[in-house]
Write a protein that binds this ligand. Structure first.
Ligand code: SF4
Length: 371
């Protein structure tokens, strides 16, 4: 890890209490013995990972971190305590049905100050279809309990473009989510992954034009409800944007700990062993993918342009010793003339139309990058 300057730490918890039908993440059903062995492996990995003074955020994701039992979570949090001393944002993912008072106490005692919870939909029909366990009651109870323990920085995930979903399903889900006053909302369209239950059943998501209409609706509706879009799929009250994710989109280095996590360290990316069994027997194994300078320049642009404010030109210059206009002169000129992108002194960013068609804008850059 020499020469790196990671600002974020991601820890992946690969356990869930049930499996959602759209999911192909690295996860498996929780079992106590496996969780114990996983914690041992995680401890070994953390011991060998140099602690970064520059760390601003910790994000415990999964899987479902709250699928772990109290004593396992207490061990995980105490392993992370030395890393957490100076972080500004400490997030954990929760599924609402796993919220309980002892967990609230643990979160408060260990300084977890932001919760990202999966709601996805309030439609009982869609929850059943996707095998999600929490609806309105569980999510409302979770939000209330978190606030009792002083955790007010809540993000809710919703999903759209699910099979048979109507615009009323989506609007009801958004209105319910907003009624809980979360500081942040993430809305992702359903992707059918080959290895998910849906993929194996041959389930189809909505047509692309319906998906695009839903997206337009979401952007408009959330703006009316006081949420600012700051990334393609993310909306927040002013000042409540996810610091962790913004760091990733700004292409900063981050440490990834645990099976299923990946990290970025200067000129390479890494993942861990590709099965939990392999991770348990060698938690220090890292599969490294080197990145050329051209790849890093393109990735930096691709990630930065996801942000509504755009890609930070100063960061780009600092990293690569060149202004972005020197690297992609043809595309910048062409897309500016088409009204898809614009430049300020600080940012290269998309127009409203360009933002909506971001993938095609990025394809033009990729062509010029000639990777
Ligand atoms: S979507 Fe989340 S909760 Fe559902 S199975 Fe996948 S990791 Fe687990």
């Amino acid at each position: 890890m020499s020469g790196s300057n990671p600002v974020s730490l991601y820890v992946h918890v690969p356990f869930c209490r049930s499996i959602c039908h759209y999911c192909d993440f690295r996860r498996q059903i929780y079992r106590r013995e496996t969780a114990q062995a996983w914690l041992d492996a995680l401890e070994a990995e953390l011991k060998e990972t140099p602690r970064a003074e520059s760390l601003e955020t910790i994000y415990i994701g999964g899987g479902t971190p709250s699928a772990l039992e109290e004593e396992e979570l207490a061990r995980l949090f105490s392993l992370l305590s030395p890393w957490a001393e100076h972080v500004k944002e400490y997030t954990m993912e929760i599924n609402p049905e796993t919220m309980r008072r002892p967990l609230g106490k643990l979160l408060r005692d260990y300084g977890i100050n932001r919760i990202s919870a999966g709601l996805q939909s309030v439609s009982p029909r869609l929850l059943k279809l996707t095998n999600r366990k929490a609806g309105k009651n569980e999510t409302e109870a979770m939000a209330k309990m978190l606030r009792e323990y002083g955790i007010d920085n809540l993000s809710l995930d919703l999903m759209y473009s699910m099979p048979d979903e109507t615009i009323d399903d989506l609007s009801e889900s958004i209105d319910f989510a907003v009624s809980l006053s979360p500081a942040h909302l993430s809305l992702y369209s359903l992707t059918i992954e080959e290895n998910s239950v849906f993929g194996k059943q041959g389930v189809k998501a909505q047509e692309e034009d319906i998906e695009a209409d839903r997206y337009e609706y979401i952007v408009r509706r959330l703006q009316e409800l006081g949420y600012q879009q700051y990334e393609i799929s993310n909306f927040a009250h002013p000042g409540k944007e996810s610091i962790h994710n913004v760091n990733v989109w700004n292409y900063h280095d981050f440490i990834g700990i645990g099976y299923g996590a990946h990290g970025k360290d200067g000129d390479h990316r890494y993942t861990h062993a590709d099965s939990l069994r392999a991770y348990l027997s060698d938690p220090l194994y890292r599969k490294v993918t080197p990145l050329t300078r051209e790849e890093r320049m393109f990735e930096s642009l691709m990630m930065g342009m996801r942000l509504k404010c755009g890609m930070d030109r100063h960061l780009f210059q600092e990293r690569f010793g060149k202004d972005v206009t020197e690297v992609y002169p043809r595309t910048i000129e062409k897309e500016r003339k088409l009204g898809m992108i614009a430049l300020s002194d600080d940012y290269l960013f998309c127009s409203d139309r360009g933002y909506f068609l971001l993938n095609s804008v990025l394809e033009e850059f990729l062509e010029e990058a000639d990777l």
